[in-house]
Design a binder for this molecule. Structure first.
Ligand SMILES: *Cc1c(COP(=O)(O)O)cnc(C)c1O
Length: 425
């Protein structure tokens, strides 16, 4: 009993609000008790009861190679003995910065922070400081971390909990945030400092950018002198070796990274041209700082992960995911439910309904499907069969480089059974 998921979750709830350190981990939208993870290896996680799951959460995208990759573990073992944080420059942060800058055309400098939230928050401040303007445009259903100005109309956990934004955020903090519809190019004026976008929306389930949407944003920003910010916290180095810019051929002014670039440790980064980045302290007037920024362990792990994957492997992963998506969709449809698994590179969504539907192109359309109640039943049927999906319909599936063709085939088989359960729920 002391090693049951229920017992651990009860202890957690006593000392941690809701028993979780991030709301997306709670089972509040699917019901039931979360499994408490003790270890992970490759595509799998194991809970305190010794149950193993094929894991499609993968730390919401932070893990690209799967859990505890042997070479990443070895790198961390070697790094930890030399000290974990200094408050002085280190070679490790230079190596990771060089690697990131070397992969993304037009990106000349990055600054490291400790989370994706911090990366986007800092990029927005930089955009405002560099342009001398106040307004920010974001898109309905995109998630950019939990900073005050960007929570409004957020995806991921904000959508899952049905919150319009968050209590505790002043009207002043959001008064300069304009919310636009995804896949619809807004008309801007010269008060707009920046347009912030997820190049593939991956926090309202998966919504791909329509043809011309990202280029349309680029052109509209150029017309009024606003900066275009790509929030690549999920897409960065997952969509392609050079991220969304390489994948879509549209170049933003500022990039935000997180998740993958820390190899499973806390990190974030934002960057752009030397000219724009020169506005940052100590060179310029935009202040931004962090005690643990550029952390030696996180930069070592990130550098190792990025060094282990090449362009061909991304193509293999993307084609594996494309096949998986088709098979999963077909398996679910065979139960009488209707499913669509939109794919963009190795990113993959999952929408369920009793009736046929078209793939969503914006938050309003995604929400109707995500809120129809079917996901919870499917999620639990899958979990009972040893497949861990994210406990919320607004998240996507993360297939890592560690997921084998057999893992994916097993998942399809279990999905067919799970869909039958969900169909009769
Ligand atoms: C996860 C995420 C963030 C926030 O990153 P954290 O590390 O959780 O703070 C920002 N933007 C996008 C697109 C994300 O998916």
């Amino acid at each position: 009993m002391s090693d049951s998921n229920a017992a651990w979750f009860e202890r957690a709830q006593a000392v941690i609000p809701g028993g979780v350190d991030s709301p997306v981990r709670s089972f509040s939208s699917v019901g039931g008790t979360p499994y408490t993870v003790v270890r992970g290896r490759g595509a799998y996680v194991e809970d305190v009861e010794g149950t193993t799951y094929i894991d499609y959460v993968q730390s919401y995208g932070a893990s690209l190679l799967g859990h505890a990759h042997p070479e990443v573990v070895e790198t961390l073992r070697a790094a930890v003995g030399d000290g974990t944080t200094f408050g002085a420059p280190t070679p490790g942060e230079v190596l990771l910065a060089e690697m990131i800058v070397g992969r993304v055309a037009g990106l000349e400098q990055v600054r490291f922070v400790s989370s994706g939230t911090e990366a986007v928050m800092s990029a927005v401040r930089l955009a405002r400081g560099a342009t001398g303007r106040d307004k920010i445009v974001k898109f309905d259903g995109c998630y950019h971390g939990h900073s005050d100005a960007l929570l409004v109309a957020g995806g991921s956990g904000v959508a899952q909990l049905g919150l319009p934004g968050s209590a505790g955020v002043t009207s002043g903090a959001v008064s300069d945030t304009i919310v636009a519809r995804y896949n619809h190019v807004p008309v801007l004026d010269d008060q707009v400092a920046a347009v912030l976008v997820e190049p593939v929306a991956a926090n309202m389930n998966l919504v791909a950018p329509a043809a011309g949407f990202l280029q349309g944003l680029r052109d509209e920003c150029d017309r009024v002198g606003a900066l275009l910010i790509f929030d690549e916290v999920i897409t960065g180095f997952r969509l392609a070796p050079g991220g969304a810019e390489q994948y879509f051929g549209v170049t933003p002014d500022l990039w935000c990274f997180g998740k993958v670039i820390g190899g499973g440790l806390p990190i974030g980064a934002f960057g752009g041209s030397k000219k724009i980045l020169s506005s940052l302290a100590p060179l310029g007037p935009v202040y931004q700082a962090g005690t643990l920024s550029g952390n030696p362990l996180a930069t070592a792990a990130g550098t190792r992960v990025l060094g282990l994957v090449n362009g061909d492997q991304y193509d293999i992963l993307a084609s594996r995911v494309a096949t998986f998506a088709n098979e999963l969709q077909a398996a679910i449809r065979s139960s009488g439910l209707y499913a669509r698994c939109p794919v963009e590179g190795p990113l993959m969504g999952l929408y369920l309904s009793r009736d046929e539907f078209e793939t969503p192109t914006n938050f309003r359309e995604a929400k109707i499907l995500c809120d129809n109640g079917l996901y919870a039943a499917f999620f639990h049927a899958m979990l009972d069969r040893g497949v861990a999906l994210a406990p919320g319909a607004y998240e996507i599936l993360f297939v890592s480089f560690a997921h084998s063709v057999e893992d994916l085939a097993t998942t399809v088989h279990r999905a067919a059974e799970s869909a039958e359960v969900a169909a009769t729920s």
